[in-house]
Unconditional design. Structure first.
Length: 180
């Protein structure tokens, strides 16, 4: 193909613009990332965490350890309640060690003998679906070493069962505002 096929008005350069070409020599004068690309360097890689299903009557919990951080984006879990008469509220809790640092209540409570899918995100939607409960989540919650996220359910029954717990976040170890 000729250059004319690649250039709007015919002729001219092809390939990546200056500063975005991975084969171009490094600039000796570092500059901030091109617009829109800095976020990828900050937040890191998408990460899916599947939490082991707890025993009946127990809360679910994910404890983060290690040198990385997880920027929480969305969490989903299912709660099947027993026939024991009580209204449950499956709250999402974030802890640093044993200290409670944040608690997010669901948009609706759950009655006995129901299966409800919970979704925590910062999208701000509401649900009229009785089998779905939404939990508002701050868009700036970061899990670091010795931090955890899990459920805290009022009036949980010994036969209530959590399952299908999945956490989506962005994992990063370090970031640099400048190209290196």
């Amino acid at each position: 193909m000729s250059d004319a096929a690649h250039w709007q008005y015919g002729g001219g350069a092809t390939g990546q613009p200056a500063g975005l070409d991975p084969n171009a020599p490094r600039d000796s004068n570092p500059q901030p990332c091109p617009f829109g690309q800095g976020y990828a360097k900050i937040a890191g890689l998408p990460k899916r965490i599947l939490v082991t299903q707890p025993a009946a009557g127990a809360e679910w919990l994910y404890k983060h350890t290690g040198p990385s951080w997880i920027l929480l984006r969305a969490i989903t879990w299912k709660l099947v309640t027993s026939a024991a008469v009580a209204t449950r509220a499956s709250r999402l809790q974030v802890k640093f060690g044993t200290d409670l640092v944040a608690q997010f209540p669901p948009g609706a409570t759950q009655a006995a003998s129901l299966t409800v899918q919970y979704t925590a995100s910062d999208c701000g939607l509401t649900s009229g679906d009785a089998t779905t409960a939404l939990v508002g989540l701050s868009n700036s919650i970061i899990l670091g070493d010795n931090m955890s996220v899990g459920s805290a359910t009022n009036l949980i029954d010994v036969a209530d069962q959590y399952s299908l717990v999945a956490i989506f976040g962005e994992e990063f170890k370090d970031f640099d505002w400048w190209d290196d």
